[in-house]
Ligand binder design. Structure first.
Ligand SMILES: Cc1cc2nc3c(=O)[nH]c(=O)nc-3n(C[C@H](O)[C@H](O)[C@H](O)COP(=O)(O)OP(=O)(O)OC[C@H]3O[C@@H](n4cnc5c(N)ncnc54)[C@H](O)[C@@H]3O)c2cc1C
Length: 357
């Protein structure tokens, strides 16, 4: 049997980009996923994810998103759709104001829009009086499943081997180092070390049929806990509630949506997108977030197994950062990057206090 430098378990967005950078650096890489690259159970499955630079005062994620945007566009330009991203909140909202500061400081392109500018520019979104917004015209959407599959194909082109199979801590592949980039499966794979430090939650997503052509950007209202994406590749207008749902088992959880969930999202649709109030529901899916206590990623060595690394905790915002995470983890494994305290296992608590969105 061949011996690898690095085995990466999990071909979601974190594992795929990690394998890509490792393979490009000349390492012999095995990438192995239990259900296939970008599969429907994984948190990286489905159609689209938003990529934006707005992260409140969390400059670390703004910079990571900037770097990642560059890498997505450099290596996989067809995976990016420049829809623009609009973030709205009450004008005095601390997170929105902090975002404005961080974007200005990091040199990101954005516009600050007051209530009347919002109404003029985006008349089809019915926002509350006193709202303000940050508009990132150069941001947009990434194709999720197709993006992951493209990264895996590129990792294979760079020399990695890809297999469908399951890796467990007690049966490691023949490799010098093994990375577990298993997203919401990490707590069940490492119940003692991770356990409640990552909590998978049920997240339904809805696609509605639009009648007219759409020119709306992707929209996020963090305070309200809602986001939407314009129709991309004929999939309809995507709308979802961004609050942590019930605990969810990624392997066997029931992925059918309930009538109550549909009624709730239709309420949001009617309130914020009145012209779509009667739009037909085209498609639904149930995904899961894999939340750390505050939303910071987990990228660290296993505390007891010298040759094992852990990568996950995307916490509902990780997709866009795949390139940064892969580049950083490949450099950490090669001993060429310093530890970032916020990604450490030691910094992960067990009590939910969402702070990073
Ligand atoms: C509804 C929804 C909306 C989101 N919206 C956004 C957004 O707009 N923008 C954004 O940036 N992020 C968003 N996210 C978050 C983002 O999608 C996730 O943080 C990210 O995809 C997590 O990737 P991952 O590689 O860590 O995990 P996963 O994609 O879950 O990958 C883990 C992989 O490990 C495999 N696996 C599990 N166990 C094993 C094993 N024992 N052996 C081998 N393989 C195994 C699985 O099959 C899976 O493919 C959203 C997430 C959801 C669910």
């Amino acid at each position: 049997m061949k011996y690898f430098d690095v085995a990466v378990a999990g071909a979601g967005v974190f594992g795929a980009w990690t394998a890509f950078f490792l393979a490009r650096s000349g390492a012999k890489v095995l990438l192995i996923d239990a259900h296939g690259a970008g599969n429907t159970r994984g948190s990286s499955g489905g159609e689209t994810r938003i990529i934006r630079m707005s992260y409140g005062a969390d400059e670390i994620y703004t910079r990571s998103a900037m770097r990642s945007m560059m890498l997505w566009k450099q290596f996989f330009p067809s995976v990016f759709r420049k829809t623009g991203v609009l973030v709205t909140a009450p004008a005095d909202d601390a997170y929105l104001r902090a975002t404005r500061k961080t974007l200005a400081h990091t040199g990101c392109k954005f516009e600050w829009l007051d209530s009347s500018a919002l109404a003029r520019r985006f008349p089809s979104i019915a926002l509350d009086q006193g709202s303000a917004g940050i508009y990132e015209s150069s941001s947009g959407a990434l194709l999720a499943r197709r993006g992951v599959q493209a990264v895996v194909a590129a990792a294979v082109d760079a020399g990695a081997r890809f297999e469908v199979g399951r890796v467990t801590p007690d049966r490691l592949p023949k490799a010098r180092v093994t990375v577990f980039a298993c997203g919401p499966w990490l707590p069940s794979l490492f119940p003692d070390v991770i356990g409640r430090r990552i909590r998978p939650t049920r997240q339904p997503v809805f696609f509605f049929g639009n009648r007219e052509p759409f020119d709306r950007p992707a929209w996020i209202a963090f305070r309200e806990g809602v986001y939407s994406l314009p129709p991309i590749d004929g999939r309809g207008f995507k709308l979802a509630i961004d609050e942590h749902g019930r605990a969810f088992d990624p392997e066997n959880g029931d992925r059918s949506v309930s009538a109550a969930e549909i009624a709730r999202v239709r309420g949001v649709l009617a309130k914020r997108f009145p012209r779509l109030a009667d739009a037909p529901l085209l498609e639904t899916r149930v995904c899961q977030y894999e939340n750390t206590s505050n939303g910071d990623f987990l990228i660290d060595r296993h505390p007891d197994l010298e040759n094992v690394w852990l990568a996950g905790g995307g916490s509902g915002h990780g997709f866009k950062h795949g390139p940064f995470v892969g580049e950083y983890l490949a450099a950490r494994i090669a001993g060429k990057a310093r530890e970032e305290e916020r990604f450490s296992l030691a910094s992960k608590g067990t009590r939910a206090r969402r702070a990073v969105y």
